[in-house]
Design a protein around this ligand. Structure first.
Ligand code: SF4
Length: 362
């Protein structure tokens, strides 16, 4: 297994920490640092960029300033504050974890790595980040930024998605970790990856680690980290019905817990099957989901949206129920409301765009 020499470790730590103190960015979660704030930030940052997460973090902290307030909130309120941030399973698990913590004797956030790791929504990276940043416990973080830095520093040939790759990166990160300052050290590594050791144009000339970097010395920085060839992302077509009643109210459906976007609300519909037109798809979906016959009329809007594992074209059509009373057959709940009333319900970005369109054209 690849080892750093003692001399190299000393130089890397010293240069890295000095660089971080001069260059670190100012984030709301770096101010008034508490375990609760670190935890919420780390969950938000799992799949969201720092610039996108900042306004959400501040809004979330205003709504739920403490672990107690979060545990006492309804899931719908938590999802509403998370609305637009995506990967809603994170919000549901954060809420669930807050309730679990409050139900334990003392009701306080755990202070041991294994117990932090056992919380819903917390994997090895997040547990190490919380343990080191909030409690100064000696656990090295290994995220995408850290992997990029390590893979270039040591010219690591293994990919992270292999068992050997995972072991190598964790071993290298553990070796470099400054056990006297684990929080500072982890943040420095992540910040270097985010600001200096960039994926496409690393700023090697001004990098504080360039004297110790093998890839730089060997003119090979663009060859690392080693990656899998990208798989083609599937594309799907989805139809959604905007069903109005005689009072101008619109029907929305709540997605079932355990489904993708579970707990969020949407304009009912689903994926187009082969050979179907979009209108036929919406009619079929509304019969399966709500048990109603519908007349699908004008096209309202088409939205293009990319998720991490597929891209989607969502076609929304106006319509009305011609027979039957809607029942939540394949959804958790149903609600009727005018375009403004619908703003109270948490929705995904794509459905929110249909909702905004309805408000603008009311
Ligand atoms: S010298 Fe370049 S490749 Fe090496 S760690 Fe620094 S920025 Fe990354």
């Amino acid at each position: 297994m690849r080892e750093f020499s003692d001399g190299a470790i000393e130089v890397i730590r010293k240069n890295l920490h000095g660089w971080f103190m001069r260059n670190k960015r100012c984030f709301p979660w770096r101010k008034r640092r508490t375990t609760y704030r670190v935890w919420v930030a780390e969950i938000m940052l799992q799949q969201t960029r720092t610039d996108q997460a900042q306004p959400y973090f501040e809004r979330f902290m205003r709504a739920f300033p403490s672990l107690k307030k979060l545990a006492e909130a309804s899931q719908q309120d938590v999802l509403k504050q998370w609305e637009g941030l995506g990967y809603y399973g994170r919000a549901r698990k954060l809420h669930q974890a807050a309730q679990i913590i409050r139900a334990t004797p003392g009701g306080r956030f755990p202070t041991e790595y294994e117990k932090i790791l056992a919380l819903p929504g917390v994997g090895p990276y997040t547990a190490a980040a919380i343990a080191s940043l909030a409690m100064n416990l000696p656990h090295a973080v290994v995220d995408g930024n850290v992997i990029r830095v390590l893979s270039r520093l040591c010219m690591v040939e293994e990919r992270l998605d292999t068992a050997t790759g995972k072991k190598i990166f964790q071993h290298l990160a553990d070796q470099l970790l400054d056990r006297n300052n684990p929080g500072l050290h982890n943040e420095s590594m992540m910040e270097l990856g985010a600001l200096c050791c960039l994926p496409r144009r690393p700023l090697c000339e001004s990098c504080p680690l360039n004297t110790c970097c093998e890839a730089y010395r060997n003119h090979g920085v663009y060859d690392y980290p080693k990656r899998n060839p990208r798989a083609k992302v599937p594309h799907i077509q989805v139809g959604a019905g905007v069903l109005k009643d005689g009072h101008g109210r619109i029907l929305i459906a709540q997605r079932r817990e355990g489904d993708m976007l579970g707990g969020l609300w949407e304009f009912p519909g689903g994926k187009r099957e082969q050979g179907e037109t979009i209108r036929e798809c919406i009619r079929r979906e509304l019969m399966e989901e709500l048990g109603v016959q519908t007349d699908i009329q004008d096209h309202l809007i088409t939205i293009h949206h990319a998720y991490s594992h597929f891209t989607m074209e969502l076609h929304a059509y106006c319509g009305r129920i011609v027979s039957g009373k809607p029942r939540p057959l394949e959804c958790a709940d149903l609600a009727w409301g005018g375009p403004n009333d619908l703003m109270a319900y948490p929705m995904s970005k794509a459905d929110d765009r249909i909702r905004q369109h309805l408000r603008q054209h009311e």
